[in-house]
Design a protein around this ligand. Sequence first.
Ligand code: NAD
Length: 477
Amino acid sequence: MFIDGEWHHGSGDRLEVVNPATAEVLTTIPDGVEADLDRAVAAARQGLAVWRNTHPRVRTQVLFRIAETIKARAEEFAHLDGLNLGESMGTGLWTMHDVVARRFEYYAGMADKIRGDTFVTPGQFLSYTLREPMGVTGHIVPWNGPLWIGSRTIAPALAAGNSVVVKPSSEAPITMLKFAELCLDCGLPPGVFNVVTGRGSGMGDLFASHPGFDAIYFTGSTVTGRRIAENAARNNVRTVMELGGKSPNIVFADADMAAALDGAILAIFANSGQICVAGSRLLVQESIHDEFVGRLVEKAEGITIGGPEANAMMNPVISAAQKARVLDFIEQGKKVAQLVTGGGTPADPALQKGFFVSPTIFDRVPNSASIAQEEIFGPVLSVSSFKDFDEAIAMANDTRYGLASAVWTENAKTAHLAAQAIEAAQVFINHYYTAAFEVSRSPYKASGDGMSEGPDAIWEFLRQKSVSIKLGESHWG
Ligand code: NAD
């Protein structure tokens, strides 16, 4: 663990961290206990006293230095993510340059622009607002992108003057630990950024129940989010949640078919389907359905699969447990829908040890089926067809999730009407995933709450205090 600017061995047992491409043990980490967390929260409380009083200009400089350093060391971090997540160097480099460094640059620029408002009632009251850091912030991060996802809350939290304790997933802790050391090297004072490790059911429950946090930011599954919110509520600790998704990807008959086909493949098979906003439900207009699905299957069958060194298009899923879970959903799908490709594990003898699943597509999936309603978080696509606009929107919204969506059409009116009607935090029109980090959004339904990304996310990391001075006789009362 990394606490108060130092490596900390932890007091509990150790957990193995496994390379998902080979099933080999990479290293071990502490399965943290209460005393470890107490220590981290106490260090963060002391770090807060330093960081919130650090001149905003200096906070800006430190955050920029972190962005520059992660770019300079991108290969090293991408290599570590490759070992721990099984992903290719290309994905790792994109994460470090275009996501982590980008977010730190963006919020570095915001650290010295936080300001309040003034309200004047002439001769009576002068009132103004102070915007202050939340305090000691806890961040619980999923395995599908320790820094990719973690930087979304860590960068604005630091920019706003908060101190941070992070609990990465026990399956993917390596780059987050290494990043804590990088932050210290870049001038972040000891105690401002701490990392504790451990199992979700142990350290995770302790973390969400700890009264020393002022706010907890969680990214992960909806089920875990609910449990964290319950635990935090016992101490009246505020939570902000980005949770699961089952995002509809709608293709109208007038769409650019070649572009929509590439988009549909990327939407579900990028990162082996382990992306919260993955387009896991493809809805295709009936008149183009047969041609579209035929060409989609051809493309899916051309996807290369391998570990990080193979530079393949698709990598393993994170763990043996996740592979078993995905295969279980596939078996459920076979009972209710047409399996048109995949449906198991790749035959390549070189891929038998790792946690690989073939790109899988089910067609004619009833929207009520578990594969159309549950977040699988693997390379499994459910395809259904619709007759017209109204039916497409009804199917798109027939889910408990509301994280993302996409619409493919050449008709601007259809695109805008769909964007208004879909209940989701993001609507991609004629593309998938290329969302701008500069744009804020908040999830619908069971996909969470609170603002993320862009200028408005900073308010999730600040409190607002009102100060009013009596200048003369008040008319009040
Ligand atoms: P998860 O919910 O199982 O775990 C996420 C984190 O919570 C991990 O660090 C885990 O150790 C911890 N955790 C587990 N049980 C806990 C508990 N009882 N108390 C506190 N912490 C606990 O999710 P995962 O399997 O790591 O990641 C996949 C999920 O994350 C998917 O549902 C995916 O949609 C979601 N996700 C959402 C977004 C988003 O932006 N909305 C981004 C990435 C991933």
